[in-house]
Design a protein around this ligand. Structure first.
Ligand SMILES: [Fe+2]
Ligand SMILES: [Fe+2]
Length: 228
């Protein structure tokens, strides 16, 4: 089996796979103005999918991690696109009201769409089974999605600033100084999960990490069902 950057390809990276990336990340991916950066986002996600059991981004479950924050409805593409929209809102609002600030909008969008690119590896059932079988041999996980995302993005040729966002958006980010664009995506990511949790979008069994004070509101659909 062919290897790229130490990762084994489970299927060839074809134009068809790249087309699914564009479909799954639309319309937000089209906000990236630099065509080369946009293409590299597509290439990196195609590499991520083809080295994983998940055939396309929408096949990856809408989870924060293997044990945390399970979306009741939606998949990983819904999360990535939501974080991209939140990142744009934050960057655009600051620039609108404080035109003296400098923030790279393209890097925010590309970084948001790639920040969880390593979840194809961390949430892969084959890897999960392998790690659970003997964590003393492999670790569990061997790499978290944030770190594996660094590997995928750099291998695909994305710039270092995007790999930095993969690393820094998650727990690892508390140990280093973050770029401005990473700060935007990290907070957009966390706000997306915590607001979604409070509004009742997450499976209550998966919200322990939000702490004992988190008491989600019921969804309209759940209230309607209870009233029937
Ligand atoms: Fe993440
Ligand atoms: Fe995320």
């Amino acid at each position: 089996m062919e290897k790229i950057g130490g990762m084994t390809l489970k299927r060839p990276i074809t134009d068809e796979v790249k087309k699914t990336v564009l479909e799954d990340l639309a319309p937000e991916i089209h906000e990236i103005k630099d065509p080369k950066l946009k293409q590299l986002v597509v290439d990196a996600w195609a590499l991520s999918c083809c080295t994983s059991s998940f055939k396309r981004i929408t096949d990856i479950p809408g989870w924060g991690g293997p044990d945390d924050f399970y979306l009741k409805r939606g998949n990983q593409a819904d999360h990535l696109r939501g974080v991209a929209r939140f990142s744009m809102l934050m960057a655009d609002d600051m620039v609108k009201h404080y035109p003296e600030v400098i923030v790279d909008r393209d890097i925010c969008i590309a970084g948001a769409l790639c920040h969880d690119i390593g979840k194809s590896y961390e949430l892969d059932p084959v890897n999960q089974t392998r790690w659970k079988a003997d964590p003393s041999a492999s670790g569990d996980p061997t790499f978290r999605h944030s770190i594996y995302g660094v590997h995928i993005t750099l291998t695909a040729g994305l710039p270092e600033v995007i790999a930095h966002i993969c690393m820094g958006h998650s727990l690892e980010g508390q140990f280093v100084t973050l770029s401005t664009e990473c700060m935007v995506v990290r907070h957009a990511d966390h706000v997306w999960w915590y607001i979604g949790c409070s509004m009742g979008l997450l499976d209550p069994k998966s919200i322990g990490i939000a702490g004992p004070k988190m008491k989600p509101r019921k969804l309209r659909t759940e209230l309607n069902q209870a009233a029937e």
